[in-house]
Design a protein around this ligand. Structure first.
Ligand code: EPZ
Length: 467
């Protein structure tokens, strides 16, 4: 074996260990499940707060002079990673009577050892968002090498460029990145090269306490970002969201704690909706709301699924008849989210005709289709994206497209979960397939799906899980 192959194997083993630890943290005692597919999922499950808001809201608590209370927090391992990092920095975290209620007291924020931060961050990318708040509180911050899902290179250049504009000094070390702000941070004019979710959050979390005004152009405006802005406003921040992706922030001297219920997880909701469609089932997703899912709902209907919007959730079902193919381009909000494509692809393997999915957000997000092909799907991934002058966001070099020809019956196989959303799509494929499928490396799914084994049980799935 060459050194590169050994390094790749070590890396893969490291990711598996991270996944196992992630599963253990949220009470998964086994890393594999055996699914007997071919049964429609039916029943009701609840989704709670969004992973991609709750984790950021927890970081925002660092900015307050008084404790914050976050409600509707999901029991997922990414939340626990952030809680651990906050605890390392002296934040006192207590849980309320309701298991989804967390109280975060930042009265005694302190420095943490680099090695501890590194050991604790695991595969999470959230540590980068600690930069602004820690620079304000302590005058320095450290970010370990960042992980996250294996969906291609995930650079942090937008984050570092923005932090430099606020006046931070950025130093690259072998173990990570060290930042300091000896002269404090001042407001800046920033235009993002792309409406990045994380970089927009970075600017928000840094600008609210920076001296003077910040103008952010080409900002991301995902619902989770608007919810973060609501939290910051509750804390005392002054933030104006203008048309055309412009956000103005007027820095204030001090912020207080917040009390907030996290917005629902629209990615989890869309995943269960896709599972209902692929398995010809009928699933009521409690907590799901229409406005944040409008784009998904349109596509769900075009494919041939049906839904009913209720005050307390959305019912998704397969009304019978053939599913129809679609052409989709993933996009920033309000477009079709990149996190929705993987679960939907499984349903598209059952549609009559050729569907195309153009992935424009990440460079390597179709790896999960290999396992679907082994199960009988006909999916061809093209490494080049599609050119279209009419696009809102300019085409980038690394885009990919997947062409799915259906319908193709799926049959059981052995699958190893590669990443969070791809992993959930493998669960859907196993539930759709005839015969038995063994899915391993389940811990990764616990990063973003609360109690998914229990939810599968509630929906009548037939499986063996020794947990
Ligand atoms: C967030 O990732 C989410 N993660 C992702 O969720 C989600 O897919 C993504 O936003 C898009 O909606 C969290 O919120 C924790 P980006 P983020 O910055 O913030 C490039 C899930 O499964 N880029 O909007 O990291 C980047 O490489 C996931 O829940 C740079 O080039 O996404 C990507 O191509 C995974 N330089 C694009 O921008 C940078 O400095 C969008 O990334 C930053 C980003």
């Amino acid at each position: 074996m060459t050194n590169t192959e050994i390094a790749a194997q070590d890396h893969a083993e490291g990711l598996k260990q991270d996944a196992r630890k992630a599963g253990a943290r949220v009470g998964l005692t086994s890393d594999e499940i055996i699914i007997n597919g071919g049964r429609p999922l039916t029943g009701r499950i609840e989704v709670r707060g969004a992973k991609n808001l709750a984790t950021k809201a927890m970081v925002a608590a660092l900015l307050g002079q008084t404790p914050s209370v976050l409600r509707n927090v999901p029991n997922i391992s990414d939340v626990r990673v952030v809680a651990g990092l906050l605890a390392l920095h002296g934040v006192l975290i207590t849980r309320g009577e309701d298991p989804g209620e967390w109280r975060l007291d930042p009265s005694n924020v302190e420095r943490a050892h680099h090695a501890d931060i590194d050991a604790h961050a695991g595969s999470s990318r959230i540590p980068i968002l600690f930069c602004g708040p820690l620079l304000h509180r302590l005058g320095e911050a450290f970010i370990p090498d960042l992980g996250g899902c294996r969906i291609g290179d995930r650079p942090i250049d937008f984050h570092l460029d923005a932090l430099r504009k606020f006046g931070a000094i950025v130093e690259k070390l072998p173990s990570g990145i060290s930042l300091s702000a000896p002269n404090g941070l001042t407001g800046a004019n920033i235009e993002l090269p792309y409406p990045s979710v994380g970089a927009t959050e970075q600017v928000l979390l840094t600008s609210v306490l920076a001296e003077g005004q910040t103008e952010l152009r080409n900002a991301a405006i995902e619902p989770e970002i608007i919810d973060l802005i609501c939290i910051l406003q509750k804390m005392g921040a002054i933030i104006t969201v203008e048309p055309n992706r412009v956000i103005f922030i007027e820095g204030v001297k001090e912020l207080r704690g917040y009390d907030h219920a996290a917005i629902f997880d629209r990615n989890e909701a869309a995943s269960w909706a896709a599972a209902a469609l692929a398995t010809k089932g009928d699933v009521f997703v409690g907590g799901a709301q229409q406005e944040e899912m409008m784009t998904f709902l349109n596509v769900f209907r075009k494919v041939g699924g049906d839904f009913d919007v209720h005050d307390d959730g959305i019912r998704f079902w397969h009304p019978g008849g053939a599913l129809k193919p679609v052409t989709i381009e993933t996009d920033v909000h309000p477009g079709f989210m990149t996190d929705w494509q993987q679960p939907l692809v499984v349903a598209l393997t059952q549609a009559e005709g050729v569907s195309t999915i153009h992935e424009t957000v990440y460079e390597n997000r179709f790896g999960f289709t290999d396992a679907l092909n082994e199960m009988g799907a006909n999916i061809v991934v093209y490494k080049d994206g599609l050119a279209d002058e009419a696009r809102r966001v300019k085409r980038r070099e690394f885009e990919q497209a997947a062409v799915i020809t259906g319908p193709t019956p799926l049959t059981g196989s052995d699958i190893e979960v590669p990443d969070l959303r791809g992993g959930f799509s493998h669960l859907i494929a196993a539930l759709t397939a005839s015969g038995q499928t063994k899915v391993t490396n389940l811990g990764i799914i616990s990063r973003g799906y609360e109690n998914f084994i229990e939810k599968l049980r509630l929906l009548g799935a037939d499986f063996v899980f020794e947990g």
